[in-house]
Design a protein around this ligand. Structure first.
Ligand SMILES: Cc1ncc(COP(=O)(O)O)c(C=O)c1O
Length: 454
């Protein structure tokens, strides 16, 4: 299928250098009344008017190519007509139902059952955000094992609520709030560009995964036997990091060996983003518990869910609750979005388009003095910026300048990574080849300009 009609056909279109006068008015009002932690409008100053497919329009009439996708939510494209119709139909019928069964909830569970890895037979809806799903998963693991410690990975991001934040590695988000939950330990992820063991992926024999085995085995590692290991099968906020093929299966093997549960956080990488329905499908690894959110609500309706093995379904009724345990409109939209993904083979499309885009970013890596590494899978891509390719000194300031230039030229991108030096691309999966090419040209020009005038 050609997704051309889903986006604005005239993108990118910059009528007035952003932020234009209308945007400025909104931004000024926002900063006069809202809290100082508001962040995205500080990196890409504009107010939004509407969005379609893989394009976004601001209130001044500028139209951008969207490589940001609402932080990875918008798989089926902004305002996807099939999803909007399903949401509209639901709005007219029923909008709030706690956890009472209803037709849209059932449709979503049925649609999920078709695509979830074998053995993840139970789904449970907690609060509406990804963080809520992570809290649920950790609590479920602790309840079932009777153990408290948890292991997470360097570079992880699992959310902002106390438990999820404890499992996230970024100190920027939590250093002023420590201590959070005790007994959370971090181990190295397979971040091969900056391997903490100074190894090469071709010859390392997965020393990073083996380190997890070591701390679980050694009575003097200082780490109590955990309830679970939580991992992103492909890391998102950590900088679009794709581990070598054996890494995730090895984590599974180590968890089994030590009888520790494995939680796979698919909130960002799941639902076709990386070219498979779930990132763990790339290695046929089945976790004990999986978290989902972001694209699960179709076009940004908030909802989250955990899927887990039948044997873990031990909670008595009411053990984990919340007022917004799956929003009905989000269920209707999510079911329609899953249908759209399957019918349009969106995972396959993302895999192919992502491979083409990655090869263009790899060209840039060869030519540019500030591109340390281009990487990713499907349409979860990233370009890590450095001051010097030999020393790999991170270049967060250059990343910010590239983002600003991209914005001014009609392209929206995200910044992430350990050092906030990775330009991240999470476009709607209905991005056309033409928009992809134009977007990469804008990015490449911006890189060249930043490189030449730094
Ligand atoms: C892998 C992962 N887990 C959890 C979260 C937290 O989700 P939310 O922001 O909806 O709480 C995110 C958000 O970016 C994420 O990428």
């Amino acid at each position: 299928m050609d997704f051309q009609d889903l986006s604005f056909t005239n993108a990118p279109l910059i009528k007035v250098n952003p932020p234009g006068p209308r945007s400025k008015d909104y931004l000024n009002y926002q900063s006069s009344r809202e809290g100082s932690a508001v962040s995205y409008p500080k990196g890409m100053p504009m107010a939004l008017r509407r969005a379609k497919g893989a394009t976004v329009e601001d209130v001044d009439g500028n139209i951008y190519i969207d490589f940001f996708g609402g932080a990875g939510v918008m798989m089926v494209g902004h305002s996807n007509p099939e999803v909007i119709q399903a949401a509209r139909d639901q709005l007219a019928e029923l909008t709030h139902a706690l956890d009472f069964p209803n037709p849209s909830r059932r449709k979503l569970v049925e649609a999920l059952s078709e695509v979830l890895p074998d053995g993840l037979d139970r789904v449970f809806f907690g609060g509406p955000t990804g963080s809520d799903a992570v809290e649920t998963a950790a609590k479920l693991a602790r309840y079932n094992t009777g153990r408290y410690p948890m292991i997470a990975f360097e570079g992880s991001y699992h959310g902002m609520t106390a438990g999820a934040l404890s499992l996230s590695s970024g100190l920027f988000f939590k250093e002023d709030f420590l201590p959070l939950l005790p007994e959370v330990h971090f181990v190295p992820y397979a971040y091969c560009y900056r391997c903490p063991f100074s190894k090469r992926p071709e010859t390392c024999d997965l020393d990073c995964a083996k380190y997890l085995d070591h701390i679980l085995e050694d009575p003097h590692s200082g780490v109590g036997k955990p309830a679970a290991v939580i991992v992103e099968s492909i890391q998102g906020e950590g900088g679009s990091i794709v581990p070598p093929e054996g890494f995730i299966p090895k984590i599974r093997e180590i968890c089994d060996k030590h009888e520790v549960l494995m939680i796979d956080d698919e909130i960002q990488a799941g639902l076709c983003r990386t070219g498979k329905m779930f990132a763990c499908d790339h290695t046929n690894t089945i976790p004990d518990i999986m978290t989902m959110s972001k694209a699960l609500g179709g076009v940004g309706f908030p909802i989250s869910c955990v899927a887990y093995k039948e044997k873990l379904d031990t909670w008595p009724a009411g053990k984990h609750i919340g007022t917004f345990r799956s929003n009905v409109v989000a269920c209707a939209a999510g079911a329609a979005a899953l249908n759209f993904m399957v019918e349009n083979k969106l995972a396959e499309y993302a895999l192919n388009l992502g491979a083409k885009m990655l090869s263009m970013f790899k060209e840039l890596e060869k030519d540019s003095k500030i591109v340390g590494e281009a990487r990713g899978k499907g349409l979860m891509l990233g370009v890590e910026l450095v001051k010097d390719k030999a020393t790999k000194e991170p270049a967060p300031e250059l990343a910010k300048r590239v983002r600003t230039l991209c914005h001014q030229r009609g392209l929206l991108i995200e910044i992430g990574g350990h050092y906030f030096n990775v330009a991240r691309f999470l476009p709607p999966l209905v991005l056309t080849k033409e928009l992809a090419k134009k977007g990469i040209e804008i990015f490449a020009d911006s890189i060249r300009d930043v490189e030449n005038y730094r």
